[in-house]
Design a protein around this ligand. Structure first.
Ligand SMILES: Cc1cc2nc3c(=O)[nH]c(=O)nc-3n(C[C@H](O)[C@H](O)[C@H](O)COP(=O)(O)OP(=O)(O)OC[C@H]3O[C@@H](n4cnc5c(N)ncnc54)[C@H](O)[C@@H]3O)c2cc1C
Length: 488
C-alpha cells in the first residue's frame, strides 16, 4: 500500500504511522519544510524531495523500518551525513533512512586492532575516541577523506572513500574487516572477519564497500585500526608550469617512492589558498605539490633528499622541507579546508572525480582547461596527484540554467576523455546519479550484466537505492527539476 492508498482509504494504516511506532515521533520527518535540507547531497545539481526521513537508533529499528517500507514497496535510500558528491542519497519520493543517530562506538580492542562501530559514527570521532584510551594515541582509523569531520563511517564504506593518505594506506575497503547490513527484506547480514582472524570464502565486505547503498543499509562495521606514523617529512614546492609539477609527481612514483600523500594544486587554487590561509606561497605559481613521507625517522632525511632532487630536476621553486608537526598540521588543515574556501569565490561549485594514469596528468589538466574555456567555465584543480585522482572543480552559479547545463556537458566531456585515456569514471566519490549514464561507457555489457546480477542477488525487487550506481528500469532521476532551486 502506498501513502496515497492510505489517503484514499483512511481506515488503512499509513506507513508513516508504522514508522513512528518503530522510531518514535522525533525519529521521523515528513513535514515538507523539514525535508527541504534532505533534497540533495553535496552534488546540488541533483535535487529531489523525499517523502520522509527516518532516524533509526539501532540495527533492530533499521530492520523493522526496512521491513515496513519494503512491504509497502516504498523506495529506501540509505544516508549518512549527506556529504556525498554524486547524488547517491537523493530520494525522489522515497524514504531516506539516515544513520546519524546510530553513532555509538561499541568497542575498541587495541590488542586486536579492531573497532566495532555503528554506521553513523563520524570518521574522526573514531580516531578521537581511540586516542582517549591509554596507549590509544598511537593508533588511528587511517582512511581520511577531506570530509572526515562530517562524513560517517557507513558512508565511507558505502562509497569506498579515498582521501589524502590513501596513496600509501589504500582506500576504505582495505580497512573494513566486517559489516552488519540490513537487507531489502529486513533481515540482517553479518559478514567478514570481525576479529581480523580469517578470510571469508567470498569477500562480501569487499563487495559491499563501494556499492553506494544499493545492496542494503550498513548499520555496523568492524574496522581495522592502524599504527599512526610517528615520523614525517613534508616537502612543499611551487612550479612555474603545471607540466613541471605533474612530471614531478610521476617521477617520484616512478623512482620507487611511496609517499604517504602527494597532493597538487593548480595556480588558481594556490592563489585561493594563499588568500585564505596566508601560508606565504608565491602568487604567480602555476602549480604546487605537497608531499609527505613517513616511516622510520633516521631513514627519512635520505629519502627526502632523493625526492627533493626529483623536484629540482623538474624546476621546482621555493622548495621547503620540514619535520615540524605544527607546520605539517597547518599545511594539511589548509589542504582539507580548500573546498570550503571555494565558497568565497563562487556561489556554487561541483567537483568532478576521475582516476587517470599518473604519467598523463599534465595532458589531463590541459584538456580540462580547454574544455572549460569552450563552455565558458572556470575550473580549478586540487587533487590527489599521487594516485592520479583528479578533481576538476567547476565554479558556477546554480541559479543560471545555462551554466548548469554547461557544467553537466563539460563534466561529461572530461570524464569521457579520462576514460578514453585509460582512466576510470570515478576516483573516490562514486557514481550515484551523476555518472550513471557513463557506466556503460566505461564497462562492457558482460561487466554491466555482472553488476546487475549482484544487485539482483541482494535486492531482487529493487527496493533499496534503485537508479543509483547501476541503471534501473524502475527508478530514473532527472538531474534537475522544474520548480527546484536549479531551473530547468
Ligand atoms: C568537502 C568535501 C570533501 C570530500 N572529500 C572526499 C575525499 O577526500 N575522499 C572521498 O572519497 N570523498 C570525499 N568527499 C565525498 C564524501 O564525503 C564521501 O563520499 C563520504 O564517504 C560520504 O559519507 P556520508 O556519510 O556523507 O554519506 P552520504 O553522502 O550520506 O551517502 C553517500 C552514499 O553512501 C550511501 N550510504 C551512506 N550511508 C550508508 C549506509 N549506512 N549504508 C548503506 N549505504 C550508505 C548513500 O546511499 C549514498 O549512496 C568529500 C565531500 C565533501 C563535501
Amino acid at each position: 500500500m502506498s501513502d496515497q492508498d492510505a489517503v484514499d482509504n483512511p481506515c488503512m494504516p499509513r506507513w508513516t504511522d508504522t514508522l513512528r511506532s518503530i522510531v518514535g515521533n522525533d525519529g521521523l520527518l515528513d513535514d515538507p519544510a523539514e525535508l527541504f535540507v534532505y533534497d540533495a547531497d553535496g552534488f546540488t545539481v541533483a535535487r529531489a524531495r523525499p517523502a520522509a526521513v527516518v532516524f533509526p537508533t539501532s540495527t533492530e529499528q533499521a530492520s523493522q523500518v526496512v521491513r515496513c517500507l519494503s512491504e509497502h514497496d516504498v523506495q529506501i535510500v540509505p544516508r549518512g551525513s549527506g556529504t556525498g558528491l554524486t547524488g547517491g542519497c537523493v530520494a525522489d519520493g522515497g524514504v531516506v533512512v539516515s544513520t546519524v543517530r546510530m553513532n555509538r562506538i561499541l568497542s575498541i580492542d587495541l590488542a586486536n586492532r579492531v573497532a566495532h562501530v555503528e554506521a553513523g559514527v563520524r570518521n574522526t570521532a573514531l580516531t578521537d575516541a581511540v586516542a582517549r584510551l591509554p596507549g590509544g594515541d598511537r593508533w588511528h582509523f587511517s582512511p581520511d577523506p577531506s570530509s572526515q569531520r562530517a562524513s560517517t563511517l557507513g558512508g565511507n564504506a558505502a562509497t569506498n572513500a579515498g582521501g589524502i593518505h590513501v596513496l600509501k594506506d589504500f582506500v576504505t575497503s582495505n580497512h573494513v574487516l566486517g559489516i552488519e547490513m540490513v537487507l531489502a527484506d529486513g533481515s540482517v547480514l553479518r559478514c567478514g572477519a570481525p576479529h581480523g582472524a580469517h578470510e571469508s570464502p567470498f569477500d562480501l565486505p569487499g563487495l559491499i564497500c563501494g556499492s553506494e547503498g544499493t545492496l542494503g543499509i550498513i548499520t555496523g562495521l568492524w574496522l581495522r585500526l592502524s599504527p599512526k606514523p610517528t615520523s614525517f617529512r613534508t616537502i612543499v614546492a611551487t612550479f612555474a608550469t603545471r607540466r613541471d609539477a605533474c612530471n614531478t609527481v610521476s617521477d617520484v612514483i616512478a623512482a620507487g617512492h611511496l609517499p604517504a600523500a602527494m597532493e597538487m594544486l593548480d595556480g588558481r587554487m594556490v592563489r585561493l589558498i594563499e588568500e585564505t590561509f596566508h601560508l606565504g606561497i608565491r602568487a604567480d605559481a602555476a602549480g604546487l605539490i605537497l608531499c609527505e613521507i613517513d616511516g622510520i625517522d633516521p631513514m627519512l632525511d635520505a629519502q627526502m633528499q632523493q625526492i627533493v632532487s626529483l623536484f629540482r630536476a623538474n624546476h621546482a621553486q621555493d622548495i621547503q622541507t620540514s619535520a615540524d608537526e605544527a607546520t605539517r598540521a597547518k599545511l594539511w588543515k589548509a589542504r582539507k579546508s580548500a573546498f570550503g574556501a571555494i565558497g568565497k569565490i563562487s556561489p556554487s561549485y561541483c567537483t568532478q572525480d576521475a582516476c587517470v594514469p599518473r604519467s598523463l596528468l599534465a595532458d589531463v589538466l590541459d584538456r580540462v582547461d580547454e574544455i572549460g574555456q569552450r563552455y565558458g567555465l572556470t575550473i580549478n584543480s586540487i587533487f590527489h596527484a599521487g594516485d592520479g585522482n583528479v578533481h576538476p572543480i567547476f565554479l558556477y552559479d546554480e541559479r543560471d540554467a545555462a551554466q548548469v547545463a554547461n557544467v553537466l556537458a563539460a563534466a561529461e566531456e572530461i570524464l569521457k576523455y579520462c576514460i578514453d585515456i585509460g582512466g576510470t569514471v570515478t576516483g573516490e566519490h562514486g557514481v550515484g546519479v551523476e555518472k550513471l549514464h557513463l557506466m556503460p561507457y566505461q564497462f562492457d555489457q558482460p561487466t554491466m550484466d555482472a553488476f546487475a546480477s549482484v544487485k539482483r542477488a541482494f535486492d531482487p525487487r529493487e527496493r533499496i537505492n534503485a537508479g543509483k550506481l547501476i541503471p534501473s528500469d524502475k527508478v530514473h532521476f532527472e538531474l534537475h527539476k522544474p520548480g527546484r532551486k536549479v531551473p530547468q
